[in-house]
Design a protein around this ligand. Structure first.
Ligand code: IMP
Ligand code: MG
Length: 184
């Protein structure tokens, strides 16, 4: 497979570094307010790998006691299509009685978050909420309740700020739209 440079692979920049920073700061404040009154700490759970940059910035914007852990899931399917069959490849230890904040990069079909939220709810946390940096509502196949959402976007394939295409472009500091000819 040919690897295009970011300049060749992107058709536009959707969110610049400063737009991302501003929105993440707002989300952090919204999350702090949302947990007002809880006793103790929250457990922030990042979905690997896509959420790693978002999570790193977000937790620094949340003025609460946070524990941090990671989970990983893979879905069978093509590189830009989810199949609905999810497999956990890294799991959490006991979350019973904890306030869990799940951190995702993007909700697309919804299959992944639907599966993970059901799984985690079955383990009896004190509460569970979802924060997703991006949401593609037009692509939804199963409903997912996103408690905190950074941006809604159109049906375009985006990369950067943690999000990849075939493992590439996660380290771009902004979010850009991949040219369709790069994945079609
Ligand atoms: P879902 O199960 O279809 O909601 O898929 C969610 C996962 O697909 C996300 O966690 C991403 O890893 C990946 N994904 C969906 N859309 C995009 C995109 O536009 N860029 C990069 N990854 C994406
Ligand atoms: Mg993901």
């Amino acid at each position: 497979m040919q690897i295009y440079s970011a300049a060749d692979a992107l058709q536009e920049i959707l969110f610049s570094e400063s737009e991302l920073r501003a929105r993440v700061t707002e989300l952090g404040e919204q999350i702090r307010r949302g947990y007002q009154g809880i006793d103790g700490r929250i457990l922030v759970v990042g979905m690997l790998k896509g959420s790693f940059i978002f999570l790193a910035d977000l937790v620094r914007a949340i003025d609460l006691h946070c524990e941090i852990d990671f989970m990983a899931a893979s879905s069978y399917g093509h590189s830009t299509e989810s199949s609905g069959q999810i497999r956990i490849t890294r799991d959490l230890t006991n979350i019973e009685g904890q306030h869990v904040l799940l951190v995702e990069d993007i909700v697309d079909s919804g299959f992944t978050m639907d599966y993970i939220l059901r799984l985690l709810k079955s383990r009896e946390p004190a509460s569970i909420k979802l924060v997703s940096l991006l949401d593609k509502p037009l692509r939804r196949r199963v409903p997912v309740n996103i408690d905190y959402c950074g941006f809604e976007i159109e049906d375009k394939f985006v990369v950067g700020y943690g999000l990849d295409f075939a493992g590439m472009y996660r380290n771009l500091p902004f979010i850009g739209v991949l040219k369709p000819e790069c994945y079609q």
